[in-house]
Design a protein around this ligand. Structure first.
Ligand SMILES: [Zn+2]
Ligand SMILES: [Zn+2]
Length: 53
């Protein structure tokens, strides 16, 4: 399944600096972020409503 950045919806397939991790709040949903959003510290929003830097 292709991964997309939770913040900007960018396809992460070719983004080497992208990261993904389990949401620290619900520990269920996977949060994906592209390299750009990591750098900028863009806020992500999980499906459970958790917002993180
Ligand atoms: Zn992004
Ligand atoms: Zn969550």
């Amino acid at each position: 399944m292709e991964k997309r950045c939770n913040s900007c919806n960018l396809n992460l397939t070719n983004d080497k600096s992208a990261t993904s991790f389990k949401c620290p709040e619900c520990n269920k949903e996977e949060v994906c972020r592209c390299g750009k959003c990591r750098k900028l510290g863009t806020v992500y929003v999980c499906k459970c409503g958790f917002e993180g830097p």
